[in-house]
Design a protein around this ligand. Structure first.
Ligand code: TEU
Ligand code: CA
Length: 542
């Protein structure tokens, strides 16, 4: 493999959710020109690439994750020329662009699907997955099987015109593509080439581990995605990824990070074993679903497991689907600075490519939602309706919906303490968190979380051991994550107290060469304070 294909092993990647990043034309919606305006900011943070959440033409049922035209831009965000400018201007600052590739499904407004419905004889019918209904014991028609959408409810919707059902593993406006049809794979190759020709550096591949459905039998009942055993990480999906890798991705030196829903460590190893994807986003560490384990314990255990089991990980604790990390893994009230910087240290010192989600670098928090009317995410609305149907009181249903739904991640970026947090001169499409008065880029860059991020990124880039060094975990209290990163001559010991309690440090602190800490005064004991995080440097005698 050429060396240049490994740029991502030395990179820090920043995720932009365009709708909520920066609005350049005062319509309350973030846009591509808005991102261009903030490239200098990203340069100063010293990120090497932007993963851009979808900007393609879309009716926004799932805010861009339902694509109606893969080769065009949603007019709310700008034009294809704006996109070319973004790629060019970013590149002149040494920042690459990674596109979001959503190919498990399209929008029902894509002309392929419209044709498939309007004209069942057209070749586009076979771009999607159609089945006849089944019969229940009374002879009444029902869906072809018991599969459910990841977003709740049945995974099949009947097309009244033909009487057949189409499969959708997400909303019913997101019909799944048929990967048994080689023409679909050819279309995907064209899409990849189209964007690579425009100069993008790679792709974040949405739910890439569910492309190929091995069969359409009834599945085991599960809380999300009944039927998964027939479509998670199947041999058919591996075959398609090998093909795309060989035909397009490898020859064109494109970087890939695959989002793999419900992936096990073994799945991740298989996808990244050489001829499929470069890296994987696994979610075991972020408590997908309901669990009695505390979030921090799960984060710690899964991190040790994946870091030990994969040669090169992605390291992330936020994205546009997750709650804000400082609110769920830290303490956004009493220890905002301490816990957001502890989480920064987690993100930037483990072995792998770190991904920072917009706003994470200033410790943006969950939003104090109080009414379901404020929900934009379809998932929040689905959960609310289910909860109400099961007779949960309004306030509890609201709380539950916003804790599972994805609106917390999508409130506007907080740039300044002034009107609309400097995101837009008009009323933003989602409410701005009232805490922007204290939590914003302007203030955070002085002595806040943002300045800590900058220092840490700089440190990571000047100390090769922190980037490419080996990793070894240390015995510690279960509330502490502690590890060494080392390469020739240099050892860095990273210690993270993931709790608001005082806990014993796993190594002696007195006399240690602490080169970075999120407390202004060093500890005089061997006790870690709430969310204390430390980087200790030891130079080995040669
Ligand atoms: O998310 C896939 C996915 O697994 C989600 O269902 C996840 O489990 C959920 O969001 C957790 O709350 C990807 C995208 O990141 C998401 O934004 C899209 O809605 C989804 O695919 C469909 O394209
Ligand atoms: Ca705008």
């Amino acid at each position: 493999m050429k060396d240049s294909s490994k740029w991502w092993k030395n990179a820090v990647i920043y995720q932009v959710y365009p709708r909520s990043f920066n609005d350049s034309n005062s319509d309350g919606i973030g846009d591509i020109r808005g991102i261009i305006e903030k490239l200098e900011y990203l340069k100063e943070l010293d990120v090497d690439a932007i993963w851009l959440s979808p900007v393609y033409t879309s009716p926004n049922n799932d805010f861009g994750y339902d694509i109606a035209d893969y080769k065009n831009i949603n007019p709310e965000y700008g034009t294809i020329d704006d996109m070319k400018d973004l790629i060019k201007e970013a590149s002149s600052l040494g920042i690459r662009i990674i596109m979001d590739l959503v190919i498990n499904h399209t929008s029902n407004q894509h002309h392929w699907f419209k044709e498939a419905v309007a004209n069942p004889e057209s070749k586009y019918r076979n771009y999607y997955i159609w089945q006849n209904g089944a019969k229940n014991i009374f002879g009444k028609e029902k869906a072809p099987n018991n599969w459910t959408s990841f977003f709740t409810g049945p995974a099949w919707t009947k097309d009244e015109k033909s009487g057949q059902y189409y499969l959708h593993l997400f909303t019913k406006q997101q019909p799944d593509l048929n990967y048994r049809n080689p023409e679909v794979i050819e279309e995907v190759k064209q899409i990849l080439n189209f964007w690579l020709d425009l100069g993008v550096a790679g792709f974040r591949c949405d739910v890439i581990n569910i492309l190929y459905k091995e069969s359409f039998r009834n599945g085991k009942r599960q809380s999300a995605g009944t039927g998964r055993e027939f479509f998670l990480s199947t041999p058919g999906t591996h075959k398609i990824l090998k093909h795309l890798n060989k035909e397009v991705l490898r020859p064109r030196d494109a970087f890939t990070v695959g989002e793999a829903t419900f992936a096990t460590l073994q799945h991740a190893q298989e996808f990244t074993s050489g001829d499929e994807l470069d890296t994987i986003f696994g979610f075991e560490h972020l408590q997908h679903g309901v669990s009695l384990q505390s979030r921090s314990k799960r984060l710690r255990d899964a991190t040790i497991k994946w870091q030990s089991g994969l040669d090169w990980n992605t390291v992330f604790i936020e994205n546009h689907d997750q709650p804000r990390s400082v609110s769920v893994l830290g303490n956004d009230k009493s220890y905002h600075y301490e816990s957001s910087t502890m989480l920064a240290t987690y993100t930037l010192t483990l072995r792998g490519t770190p991904f920072i989600y917009q706003g994470q670098e200033i410790g943006m928090t969950n939003y104090p939602f109080s009414s379901i009317e404020q929900a934009k995410d379809p998932v929040t609305k689905f959960i609310y309706n289910i909860a109400r149907r099961s007779l949960l009181a309004k306030n509890l249903a609201t709380k539950m919906a916003f804790s599972i739904g994805r609106d917390n991640a999508r409130t506007p970026m907080q740039w300044t303490p002034s009107l609309n947090a400097g995101f837009s001169a008009a009323e933003p499409w989602m409410p701005v968190n009232p805490n922007h008065i204290n939590i914003n880029v302007e203030q955070s860059s002085k002595e806040g979380t943002l300045s800590y991020y900058k220092d840490l990124i700089k440190l990571r880039k000047t100390e090769p051991a922190l980037n490419s060094g080996e990793i070894k975990f240390l015995e510690s209290d279960t509330k502490v994550l502690a590890f060494n990163r080392y390469s020739s001559g240099e050892i860095f010991t990273i210690i993270l107290n993931m709790s608001s309690r005082e806990v014993p440090a796993p190594v002696r602190l007195s006399g240690a060469n602490i080169i970075m800490s999120n407390y202004s005064k060093p500890s005089h004991t061997d006790t870690l304070r709430p969310y204390e995080s430390l980087i200790i440097k030891t130079t080995k005698l040669q």
